[in-house]
Design a protein around this ligand. Structure first.
Ligand code: NDP
Length: 333
């Protein structure tokens, strides 16, 4: 059974590669350069080349970007689409974020419909950003909620990432409804993703966005006070990776959105977890007296669909923080 995984050089995608290979899938990743593709292959020396390979897709926002990548012999059974910008280098909100997120998503669905009739399901990495209402939290968050952000609001640099994820996921559901392709889709909506960094991809300077706060903490950058937590929910990258693979393995996952969330956290709780699992880092961490910004009236979260249909069991914060820190110490944080 053969899978195309987009954005193979990403943090979450690297963990998805591992789960796909463990579960026996033939895996082809898309990357933007030969160099990134080679790094992935070199990191898996024991995997035969018919089990793991790469194709180049330079920019997902280009028309027809995936027309060639979706063609394969033997043909693909499933596609996992993770590629989408997640960083803070914004010059032009439309060109840098909205186009690659939205056109990347509709583009791959169009290419599959036109050139890959064997594909049965496409799993798309969306986000809690597409669920969240930043202005007014509901009492409970589940797959039923949609971010009400408008196109105009999404031009704001602080909101464009959330807009990009919201419009991209909406566009995917609209595509399936209007075009009635041969495949169905599932979407995976994680909040802040923490977990071990992938050494063959990341240096500590170029670490993926969601792990940056952990790196900053163990490098002493929050010694004099923590920055605001932001969104108070999180999930482990290995659980997110498994969710993507289960979404192709479990028939009932088709046509569904999954809110993949482990639980609550705050930056203070992350610091305390590091103190407990890595006491040698105490001198880098903010003092135990630093206030916790975790709100007393926090929203509720419902992850029952992901547990019941995908069979997920979520890792606890302490375990995740510990292995994230460990992975960073290995590269000399
Ligand atoms: P990374 O930045 O590590 O991965 C993003 C991937 O997308 C990279 O492979 C990147 O390629 C690729 N990409 C970005 N823009 C383009 C483009 N224009 N053309 C081709 N490829 C592109 O982030 P994550 O692994 O964290 O994110 C993966 C997915 O998960 C994204 O869809 C993100 O929105 C989603 N997500 C992440 C969360 C988190 O907390 N980490 C939370 C919720 C959702 P390159 O490396 O070459 O730039």
């Amino acid at each position: 059974v053969k899978v195309l995984l987009t954005g193979g050089s990403g943090f979450i995608a690297a963990h998805i590669v591992d789960v796909l290979l463990q579960h026996g899938f033939e895996t082809v990743v898309t990357v933007r350069s030969e160099e990134k593709g080679k790094r992935i292959i070199d990191a898996h020396p024991d995997i035969p080349k018919e089990k793991l390979s790469y194709v180049i897709v330079k920019d997902v926002a280009q028309d027809g970007a995936f027309n060639e990548a979706v063609k394969s012999t033997p043909p693909f059974d499933y596609v996992l689409h993770t590629a989408s910008p997640f960083h803070y280098n914004i010059n032009d909100p439309v060109k840098d974020f909205l186009d690659p997120a939205i056109k990347g998503t509709t583009g791959i669905l169009k290419s599959i419909k036109a050139y890959a009739p064997s594909v049965k399901r496409v799993v798309i990495t969306s986000s809690f950003a597409a669920i969240l209402n930043g202005d007014k939290h509901p009492k409970l968050y589940s797959e039923q909620n949609w971010n009400p952000i408008t196109w105009e609001e999404a031009q704001d640099h602080a909101k464009v990432y959330r807009g990009s994820k919201t419009f991209a996921e909406k566009a995917a559901w609209e595509f399936v409804e209007k075009e009635r392709p041969n495949f169905d889709i599932s979407t995976i909506c994680p909040p802040l993703v923490l977990g071990p960094i992938v050494h063959y991809l990341n240096s500590l300077d170029a670490i993926n966005t969601s792990n940056q706060r952990v790196r900053d903490m163990i490098q002493g950058k929050f010694k004099d006070g923590l920055s605001p937590t932001g969104v108070f929910i999180w999930v482990d990258v290995r659980d997110v990776a498994l969710a993507h693979v289960r979404a192709i393995e479990v028939a009932e996952a088709g046509g569904k959105r999954f809110f993949v969330v482990a639980g609550y956290y705050s930056n203070k709780q992350v610091a305390d977890a590091i103190r407990e699992t890595h006491p040698q880092l105490e001198s880098k961490l903010p003092s135990t007296e630093v206030p916790d910004d975790f709100p007393s009236d926090v929203y509720e979260i419902d992850n029952s669909r992901s547990r019941e249909i995908l069979g997920l069991k979520y890792r606890a914060l302490k375990e995740t923080v510990s292995s994230t820190v460990e992975s960073m110490l290995e590269v000399g944080a």
